[in-house]
Design a protein around this ligand. Structure first.
Ligand code: AMP
Ligand code: MG
Length: 337
């Protein structure tokens, strides 16, 4: 499996915050590995070290609830067939959010995709191209409408399994950001591998500069966003993929309508908004939906902005971030109509 580390592709420009000067509060930065991802949190404030450590601990706790590979996690127990399962408030909240977005995106996001993901070998790293009849069989177990949630009790029909990978990191970023704020932090940046959350502005009061990932090997990023107090989440075909015996690349975001990696001309989607979990859910869903459906979806629902990068290197930027986005050389941004 090829898996590109996020650093070069979702670079975060921190220089001003990290160099700091004496008049600014202390900045503490920590990198750690969780949810199969190298993560980093940087915070400024008198309490920054304790706050960052608490936030990192919160993310590790969430991982033990949400991991699809741990049999005792909430997700592991749901998938183990012992439905109905009593889950934590966090897990219930993520599942509820996912079902809302599934409904709005006509199932482009579907957490019950897990049996199909397994067949492609994305969970165990043993990649294969499943035959179409096998996919057709497995698609009988893919339907978010079959996930029932009442309070913290979740049930799925026999054979159904869920994977929260499309939105767990966004939720973790939101939770970690809340932890930082409750510790008195008002300036921080969380980078959870493609999921960025900016708390406030930089400690010098200027907006954070966030470089948005490029899906192309010859460019590190498609441009830079200047934002404060926002989440910025990218999904891309380039993040995890394998090359099949037929020479084609197969990536990890599956179109639940046919069980195949989405191929609709979109290479990457970055969503900018107030809620990390919603941005994360939408980045995955809009990549599956394709360019025109993504534009139509934003027109209908609003509440977020996007950068869409197409396979043929077009860059479509929505109105709310047009003025705070600078495209890299080699890309020409076009305003989404
Ligand atoms: P992200 O990087 O946030 O787009 O999430 C991608 C991950 O979500 C994949 O690695 C799978 O674990 C999972 N996934 C893939 N396709 C879908 C889908 N259509 N709906 C929900 N989850 C998906
Ligand atoms: Mg996502």
């Amino acid at each position: 499996m090829k898996k590109r580390l996020f650093y070069p592709f979702f670079a975060v420009i921190l220089a001003a915050a990290l160099t700091g000067c004496n008049s600014q509060p202390p900045t503490y930065s920590r990198s750690f590995f969780a949810m199969d991802t190298l993560m980093s949190i940087t915070a400024s404030g008198d309490n920054s070290e304790q706050a960052v450590n608490k936030a990192a601990e919160k993310i590790s706790q969430l991982e033990t609830l949400l991991s699809v590979t741990l049999p005792d996690s909430d997700v592991g127990r749901i998938n183990g067939g012992s439905s109905p399962v009593e889950v934590s408030g966090d897990t219930a909240e993520i599942i509820s959010r996912s079902l809302e977005i599934s409904e709005k995106t006509d199932g482009a996001l579907d957490i019950t995709i897990y049996p199909v993901l397994k067949a492609w070998g994305f969970t165990a790293g043993q990649h294969r191209i499943p035959p179409e009849n096998e996919l057709a069989e497995l698609l009988q177990f893919v339907d978010y409408r079959q996930v029932k949630i009442s309070g913290n009790t979740v049930s799925v029909p026999t054979g159904f399994m869920i994977d929260l990978g499309a939105l767990a990191k966004g939720y973790a970023a939101d939770t970690a950001a809340e932890t930082l704020k409750s510790e008195g932090i008002s300036s921080a940046l969380l980078n959870l591998g493609g999921n960025i959350c900016a708390v406030g502005s930089k400690s010098d009061g200027k907006p954070w500069k966030i470089a948005a990932a490029s899906p192309f090997e010859d460019e590190d990023y498609v441009g830079v966003l200047e934002i404060s107090d926002k989440s910025v989440v990218t999904s891309g075909k380039y993040e995890r993929y394998f090359t099949g015996g037929d020479g084609k690349n197969y990536h990890h975001i599956i179109d639940p309508k046919n069980g195949f990696p989405s191929e609709n001309g979109l290479a990457a989607v970055t969503i900018i908004g107030d809620s990390g979990v919603i941005c994360d859910a939408l980045s995955t869903a809009l990549l599956v939906m394709g360019e025109q459906a993504a534009i139509d979806f934003r027109r209908e629902y609003g509440g977020f902005d996007f950068l869409l990068v197409t396979d043929d290197r077009r860059l479509i930027v929505s109105g709310g971030v047009w003025d705070c986005f600078t495209a890299s050389e080699g890309f020409t941004a076009v305003l989404a109509e």
